[in-house]
Design a protein around this ligand. Structure first.
Ligand SMILES: Cc1ncc(COP(=O)(O)O)c(C=O)c1O
Length: 378
């Protein structure tokens, strides 16, 4: 076992001050008796919307829920939705749960996203929309062109921005390029509400539909008349309180991640040690993940084991280890020719990165990588 201290792949932090702030407000919630869809949820929504410069933010109880609500609101049943093969299960599963069919698209290995050319290639007569996913917090420079293409074709563009809270392209927030954006506050993300998610949109109709869907499809909160096939997708007040605190900390947490990213870039940027996935032009990343592409032929599992056991460096699960069509329950979605997704997923490695990471921990990772290189395992 390594004599080095363990550097975890990721960490979520609440300082003593954070914990006190949260506890005081949760006490208020308990005293008030308003435990769900209350004032803290509204405050959380207001601050998210203001921060991203959008009209509406609708909080829900997961990023999966926010995706499914957006898709149900757009009535995708019986229709096709373009979805990247290189994404989390929920991006495609939400389309299926809403009654639609995900049409998988290949990956642009340089950005880990989807190129406009690939979108054009995969368009079907039944396509009603495009879902773009900002893997690792990277926003492809093609977003404005993809949005223009969707407008031209009369289809919608949505973003699964679960990885990209706080990332921007030319100053515009991830999640705001199309009709709506979905975010996740799962505890591995750059900010968390323990569990939770949010839909952001400028569209008044979509916003009011989302509020109906998240609360069992009811016409209004106090009425038991169901006008949509909704579900219990509500965010509780304690979750909103936790999310509010992390939202306040978000700029500092992202700055810290960017500092670690810059330290890695300085060590690896030349590409002589490892090849980091470069930031798209105009993109300011939240550094949700720091992804490097391994040279062909490197045994990733063996390299990770060596880094962990010999140098205490714990690399996280990849984003993602295999593309969607390589999962048992989604293999029927394979349209063929997803070879670049297999390369992107098969050769990537995510180095440890988190908001409270110290420079010394980053240097331990860099030295570990150098040693692995010398040893011939990387
Ligand atoms: C790209 C992507 N989409 C959707 C989700 C689902 O979010 P949640 O876990 O909050 O349901 C995640 C999170 O894990 C994700 O990474």
């Amino acid at each position: 076992m390594s004599s080095f201290p363990a550097v975890p792949p990721t960490r979520i932090d609440f300082s003593a001050e954070d914990r006190e702030w949260i506890a005081a407000r949760i006490k208020q919630v308990l005293e008030s008796g308003r435990l769900t869809l209350g004032p803290f949820g509204e405050e959380f929504e207001g601050e998210i919307a203001r921060g991203m410069g959008v009209k509406h933010a609708i909080t829900v109880n997961s990023g999966t829920a926010s995706l499914e609500i957006m898709l149900r609101a757009m009535n995708v049943a019986g229709k096709d939705v373009l979805v990247p093969a290189n994404t989390f299960f929920a991006t495609a599963a939400a389309v299926m749960s809403a009654g639609g069919t995900p049409v998988l698209m290949d990956t642009d290995v340089a950005t880990l996203s989807t190129s406009l050319a690939e979108i054009e290639r995969r368009l079907t007569p039944k396509t009603v929309g495009i879902m773009i996913v900002h893997i690792a917090g990277l926003v492809t420079a093609e977003m404005p062109a993809i949005a223009a293409f969707a407008r031209k074709k009369g289809i919608w563009l949505m973003e699964d921005a679960a990885h990209a809270q706080g990332s921007t392209l030319d100053g515009k927030h991830a999640g705001t390029f199309g009709l709506a954006g979905s975010f996740s506050f799962y505890p591995t993300k750059v900010m968390t509400s323990a569990e939770g998610g949010v839909i952001v949109t400028d569209d008044d109709t979509l916003a009011s539909e989302a509020k109906i869907y998240r609360d069992q499809g009811k016409a209004s909160f106090l009425q038991n008349t169901h006008i949509r096939m909704g579900y219990n997708w509500r965010m509780s007040e304690p979750h909103a309180v936790i999310g509010l605190r992390h939202l306040h900390n978000l700029p500092t947490m992202i700055k810290n991640r960017q500092r670690i990213g810059a330290r890695y870039d300085a060590a690896f940027g030349g590409g002589h040690l490892l090849r980091p996935v470069a930031l798209p032009k105009g993109c300011v990343s939240n550094y949700y993940k720091y992804v490097v592409m391994l040279p062909e032929g490197v045994d990733r599992a063996a390299a990770k084991k060596w880094l962990r056991e010999e140098r205490g460096v714990h690399c996280s699960g990849e984003v993602y280890e295999v593309p969607l069509h390589k999962n048992e329950v989604l293999k029927h979605l394979d349209p063929g020719n997803l070879t670049q997704s297999e390369v992107a997923c098969g050769r990537q490695l995510c180095l440890p990165i988190f908001a409270s990471m110290s420079d010394a921990q980053a240097d331990q990772v860099i030295e570990g990588v150098k040693a692995a290189k010398d040893k011939g395992v990387l």
